[in-house]
Design a protein around this ligand. Structure first.
Ligand SMILES: Nc1ncnc2c1ncn2[C@@H]1O[C@H](COP(=O)(O)OP(=O)(O)O)[C@@H](O)[C@H]1O
Ligand SMILES: [Mg+2]
Length: 301
């Protein structure tokens, strides 16, 4: 509650959410959420990003993010040294998520993702959480490198015990992108993005790399300003498991999620029996013909 009162932006967004919740009952939900997202975007643009040098990172406020969620001054010093060795010069705290009230790009069970500044430019830095059930980042780096070899995922830049550096994908998570896309071309643009996602999943299937978290992927597909989709987070990916990227993502996009419902509203209903049958064929025999059958069932051809 104290955070709410002290921070005017959090307070305003809380008030806006409450108003929206009340209005939601009256209908016109999509429009209201669209206006709300615009409002939040303007607020986040007004908030100037904080660029913090490695020296300043020692301050507890920022070091807590480096050691999320268990701050330790000793651990922070070690991690700052690790960043220095990786060639990181500063951290830019910006984004719509927060860790201990500091803005970040994203937060998951394993990592906190922030923008890092290097000589070569801005990159994404995944910080291993202190409570993560992983001892290092090598597995994720290996899986991401494998995805990169077939042109998928943010480019891997560097890795250490507690960090993974990769290309910064500047964009919006798929559910929000879908909710915000407006105008005459919107259906066409949504279809192109969905097709792009399915084709990337097909490439991953062909490469024998199973992402592992695509059946519920509200936070794992980012769409950039050029409408290009980027699949992120190869932390649970595997080359040992049977691949199910195409079938999992279809489940998420067309059959069983909040996004599937939104997409049906925007694009019309996908006949689930037809899609399920196409997915069954593809599961039995992973051929390009059967993949095409899925695209057709999703009306993406
Ligand atoms: N390369 C990237 N560029 C921009 N944002 C990213 C990038 N990688 C991850 N993110 C954001 O950070 C969030 C958390 O990252 P993720 O890899 O999913 O962490 P975890 O393994 O802990 O789930 C993602 O949902 C996404 O919003
Ligand atoms: Mg994740």
């Amino acid at each position: 509650m104290a955070i709410l009162i002290q921070n005017p932006i959090v307070l305003r967004s809380f008030v806006a959410r409450v108003i929206l919740f009340a209005l939601k009952k009256e209908g016109e939900v999509d429009m209201l959420f669209y206006l709300f997202d615009c409002y939040m975007m303007i607020l986040s643009k007004l908030q100037s990003p904080k660029i913090i040098s490695l020296e300043q990172l020692r301050e507890e406020r920022y070091a807590s993010v480096l050691c999320y969620p268990h701050y330790s001054a000793r651990e922070a010093v070690g991690r700052i040294r690790e960043l220095n060795r990786l060639g990181v010069e500063a951290i830019e705290f910006a984004g719509e998520k927060t860790a201990f009230n500091v803005p970040v790009l994203g937060k998951g069970c394993v990592g906190i993702v922030v923008i890092a500044c290097m000589k070569t430019g801005r990159v994404a830095l995944k910080i291993r959480r202190m409570d993560a059930d992983r001892t290092g980042m090598e597995h994720e780096a290996e899986m991401l490198a494998k995805a990169n070899s077939v042109g998928i995922g943010p480019h891997l830049i560097g890795i250490s015990d507690d960090f993974l550096l990769m290309e910064y994908v500047e964009g919006v998570l798929l559910p929000k992108w879908t909710a915000n896309v407006r105008g005459r071309e919107s259906r066409k643009r949504i279809r192109q993005v969905l097709r792009d996602i399915l084709e990337q999943c097909w490439k991953l299937d062909e490469a024998g790399l199973d992402h592992g978290e695509l059946s519920r992927a509200p936070k794992h597909i980012i769409v950039d300003a050029a409408d290009k989709a980027h699949i992120v987070d190869f932390e649970t990916a595997s080359i040992m498991r049977r691949v199910s990227n195409v079938t999992s993502v279809c489940q998420y996009l067309f059959l069983g999620s909040q996004l599937a419902k939104t997409l049906q509203k925007r694009l019309g209903v996908t006949k689930s029996e037809v899609l399920i049958s196409a997915l069954r064929d593809y599961k039995q025999e992973r051929t390009s013909q059967n993949f095409l059958g899925i695209l057709q069932a999703c009306r993406l051809t």
